[in-house]
Design a protein around this ligand. Structure first.
Ligand code: G3P
Length: 217
């Protein structure tokens, strides 16, 4: 499973990338707003930190305007992945951009049929939003399972990028179902390492080690 971090905060991206566990980054207009920075400038810096795909989202609603914005975004770096909304114009732009050899991420997916369309449009990634479905009492994880089955039935190569991940259990459940990628906020990725028995065990080992009076090396 690939790990993407869902943020436009370069300090957080550097920290997670330095762990050696990061495969890519996802951003969106809200995350750019939170960063307080210019989209081109901050995306360029992110692309210089991370080798894998960096999703940068178009903000136009209409097909030809989307393509114009995609051209600007694609010039930022070779690892840019163009993020497009799940609309008819977005799908049409996805097909055109994929045909031109760009990586694409179709976002704001809330149904299996939408994911089917994105795969037919040749999307590199489809982003189903788990947390936002859970927020309105739908089952985000069931959507991941449905998409996995549909993509496997037809051998679609589009990768399932589990997004709007809010908890460590979202990560585990998406991994059990076989999502190809998970994108999560930095705090959620770091929380994956936490277990009280690990902390307790380490404290006990360190206490006993101190009693030996030894040091290594
Ligand atoms: O990757 C999509 C993500 O940014 C949305 O997350 O928490 O705003 O629903 P959230």
């Amino acid at each position: 499973m690939k790990f993407f971090v869902d943020t436009a905060n370069v300090d957080d991206i550097r920290e997670i990338n330095d762990l050696g566990l990061l495969d890519g980054v996802t951003t969106n207009p809200s995350l750019i707003m939170k960063s307080g920075r210019d989209i081109i400038e901050v995306t360029k810096e992110i692309c210089s930190i991370v080798e894998g795909p960096v999703s940068a989202e178009v903000t136009a609603m209409e097909y030809s305007e989307m393509l114009k914005e995609a051209e600007v975004l694609a010039k930022i770096a070779d690892n840019i992945c163009i993020k497009l909304p799940l609309t008819l114009d977005g799908l049409k732009a996805c097909k055109a951009l994929t045909g031109d050899g760009h990586q694409t991420n179709v976002t704001l997916c809330f149904s299996a049929n939408q994911a089917l369309l994105a795969a037919k449009a040749g999307a590199t990634f489809i982003s189903p939003f788990i947390g936002r479905m859970d927020d309105i009492s739908l089952e985000g994880m069931e959507l991941i399972a449905e998409i996995r089955q549909i993509y496997d039935n037809y051998d679609f190569q589009t990768e399932i990028l589990a997004a709007s991940v809010r908890t460590v259990n979202h990560v585990k459940d998406a991994a059990l179902i076989g999502a190809d990628v998970v994108t999560a906020p930095p705090a959620t990725l770091k929380a994956l390492v936490k277990h009280p028995l690990t902390d307790k065990g380490l404290d006990a080992f360190m206490a006993d080690w101190a009693k030996t009076g030894q040091s290594i090396g």
